[in-house]
Ligand binder design. Structure first.
Ligand code: MOS
Length: 713
């Protein structure tokens, strides 16, 4: 691909364009708009886990002060998109249908929405809604229900070479690994404000990773023309996959607004964030792995069983890592899901790969000790020069450099190869590493670039920014192409009426939307060159050119495709995490002393936000390793730690110095910037790196996350 931006960006040190708005509170999130006449919705959740509603008493709630309406399945208007065509059977599986019938499928399932003139009155009235149920027996424990697991569509079950070849290897092991359910836990709660502008015209402000996908989702559910729906999400206070779909609370607010003929705001409580917007599924995995005495992999067998709900088959394919990360002649993988009486899981940062990499990168570490070989050397010994499954060449892969940079950064040569043999100031010291990979994707997108005669460049595209600093990266790309300083560039997004953009997910935004911004700016620059004629400079004084030609502005809208290079090349981003831990021998407390995370994610478009992206993902990985665990009391099928006192996420005191290092070499094929994704690889492999460091420190191998002190003493 031509037109590479290989040189460091002129805006290398650029800070977040919206940083000031965010830290001063001037940024307005979805719950912070106040359309005239707005009222408040509060959901009532089921207190049983499985069964049917026999009766709901809404009378007391309806008589409470300020209450406008209580909506349940009994009086809910029919939702067009839920209805089954006459004569057709009810589909067996699908997304959850709000207020559809009297069936209870999980604990906390919304059974009513109460609408009142203030939030407090709605909340109080919600406490007065009483349901009577017929409860059925329920199942919420994956390990007790693995026998019920079934193969999901497109589950990644494959066989390469000989099945179970690892068993024939001279050095081998077979182990089981478990990760619990984890909850996204962004700072900003999910919230929506729904306002009907006419009988069939709707505006919403909602937390979403994609304003246009949310628009399309609402259009399907309510059978509205897409163009009648306006979705706004200007700022998003974190979303790690939880805002990639239209959830029941959004349907409830839209429905309620229609019924009461007023705009309705519905904000989830923190506890609802555990039941209502998905989570990373509890997953059991078993790996068999074998190698020759000099460390060449002979075979890997990777089986996994994850949980899903009874109404939807969620499948995140955690076994993919074993097929595509290392050179290995014999690989067979199998993935199944078991339906439990709990809300559906969903995508969560590094979906599939984060889970699979915990097992694979732990198993490799175990193998390295059996081989008495350095874990980095073991990985280099099995380095894949081409994509192991397809045989395609990589579009770019500098993982070997990443291994080296990280080893230097952490001081890997201080690592003792014998576990539990280093102690300092009463703490056991250990070093560990783990790798991550994720497909480097690029999708279709469009962008508009407008230069006005005051010399300001405005960029427009319908992307969301869930935190990585999308606007900052796009401004950096535009600054580079146009030669306009970043301070003179505006970025407009989070509005479904802007040029087409996909949801922010799968680490693809910079590659995808960046390509469109690059193209729009390139086209716009060409229009200026045409105006100027021969002899123009590469970066003219745009304002002067416009004035000279009596034009108020010049604009270009460009679309970019997913590209065809993917047919020829395997595209991945790579990471490696190095960890130094201290473990207290008598209390089992684990302190992360230092983390070094190296990313091979192509050219770094925006170094400051890229660093934040890696640090944020690393913190997520540390949480996964040491703290995060959704706990269900299986007797009642209820989540018992749905708050931040009991569901632990890392806080500042838990996080040491994290060094983010970038190989920073452009990928020649993925897009004009040479930029690959980094959102997912920031987390993938981190939990194993921590577990491996804990083993090195203590000699204790923890195969079930999180690594809490009780597992080490
Ligand atoms: Mo992510 S799980 O692609 O938001």
């Amino acid at each position: 691909m031509k037109d590479q931006i290989n040189k460091p960006s002129s805006s290398a040190g650029m800070s977040r364009i919206d940083g000031r708005l965010k830290v001063t509170g001037a940024a307005r999130y979805s719950a912070e708009f106040t359309p005239a006449g707005m009222v408040y919705g509060v959901l009532v959740g089921s207190t049983i886990t499985k069964g049917t509603i026999r009766a709901i008493d809404t009378k007391t709630a309806e008589r409470a002060p300020g209450v406008l309406k209580v909506i349940t399945y009994l009086n809910s208007p029919k939702i067009a998109g839920y209805q089954v065509e006459a004569g057709k059977p009810e589909p067996a599986k699908g997304t959850y249908k709000l207020f559809y019938n009297n069936k209870i499928l999980f604990n906390g399932q919304p059974i009513a929405v109460v609408v009142a003139d203030t939030f407090e009155r709605a909340l109080f009235a919600a406490s007065l809604v009483k349901a009577q149920y017929s409860a059925d027996g329920h199942h919420t424990n994956l390990i007790d229900n693995t026998a019920k697991a079934f193969a999901a569509e497109g589950d990644g079950t494959t066989k390469r070479g000989t099945e179970d070849a690892w068993k024939t290897a001279p050095v081998k092991l077979e182990q089981e690994y478990v990760i619990p359910s984890e909850v996204h836990s962004p700072m900003e709660l999910h919230a929506i404000i729904a306002k009907w502008d006419a009988e069939d015209k709707l505006t919403v402000w909602t937390k979403t990773q994609g304003v246009q996908d949310t628009r399309d989702g609402i259009a399907t559910i309510f059978k509205l023309p897409k163009e009648n729906i306006q979705v706004n999400s200007k700022f998003v206070g974190g979303a790690f996959g939880s805002a990639l779909q239209v959830w029941p609370h959004e349907v409830a607010a839209i429905l309620a607004a229609k019924v009461v003929k007023r705009p309705v705001k519905l904000l989830l409580a923190r506890a609802d964030m555990f039941t209502s917007v998905g989570y990373r599924p509890y997953t059991w995995q078993k790996i068999g792995i074998g190698a020759t005495k000099d460390g060449k992999l002979v075979g890997i067998t990777h089986h996994a069983i994850g949980q899903t709900s009874t109404y939807e088959d969620f499948n995140e394919g955690p076994i993919g890592v074993s097929r595509t990360t290392y050179a290995c002649p014999n690989v067979n993988t199998n993935y199944k899901i078991a339906a439990l009486d709990i809300g559906s899981p969903t995508w969560m940062r590094g979906p599939g790969e984060a889970t699979g990499a915990f097992a694979l990168e732990s198993a490799l570490d175990e193998l390295s000790y059996q081989l008495e070989m350095d874990p980095v050397e073991l990985r280099l010994k099995n380095y894949a020069e081409t994509e192991p499954e397809s045989g395609k060449p990589y579009s770019s892969k500098y993982l070997n450099e990443a291994y080296k940079l990280g080893a230097e950064g952490i001081g890997w040569n201080n690592r003792k190869s014998k576990p539990a043999s280093a102690i300092k100031d009463g703490w056991l010291v250990g070093y560990g590493m783990g790798g991550g990979m994720f497909g480097a994707y690029r999708d279709k997108a469009a962008a508009r670039a407008i230069v006005t005669d005051n010399g300001i460049l405005t960029l427009q595209t319908a992307v969301s920014d869930i935190g990585p600093g999308t606007g900052t990266a796009m401004v950096a790309i535009a600054a580079e192409v146009m030669g306009i300083p970043a301070e003179r560039i505006r970025f407009e997004m989070g509005d479904s009426s802007l040029p087409q953009a996909p949801s922010q997910g799968g680490s693809a935004t910079t590659a995808t939307v960046g390509s469109a911004v690059f193209q729009a700016c390139t086209d716009l620059k060409e229009s200026f060159q045409k105006l100027i004629g021969n002899g123009g400079t590469d970066h003219p004084d745009y304002a002067a050119v416009l004035k000279k030609h009596n034009l108020p502005k010049l604009e270009a809208t460009a679309a970019s495709s997913g590209g065809t290079e993917r047919d020829k090349y395997a595209m991945y981003s790579w990471s490696v995490h190095y960890i130094k831990v201290l473990v207290h021998p008598s209390t089992g407390v684990v302190k992360i002393d230092k983390a070094v995370c190296v990313a091979d994610s192509g050219h770094i478009v925006s170094p400051k936000t890229a660093r934040s992206q890696i640090v944020g993902g690393a913190i997520g990985g540390i949480g996964m390793a040491l703290m995060e665990e959704m706990v269900i009391d299986d007797r009642y099928g209820k989540i018992v730690n749905s708050n931040f006192a009991d569901y632990h996420v890392p806080v500042n005191a838990d996080i040491p110095q994290i060094e983010a290092i970038f190989v920073n070499k452009p990928d020649p094929y993925i897009n004009p910037m040479g930029a690959k994704g980094m959102g997912e690889i920031a987390l993938i492999g981190m939990a194993a790196a921590v577990a491996n460091a804990v083993y090195n420190a203590t000699g204790k191998r923890v195969r079930e996350l999180p690594i809490t002190p009780d597992k080490l003493i």
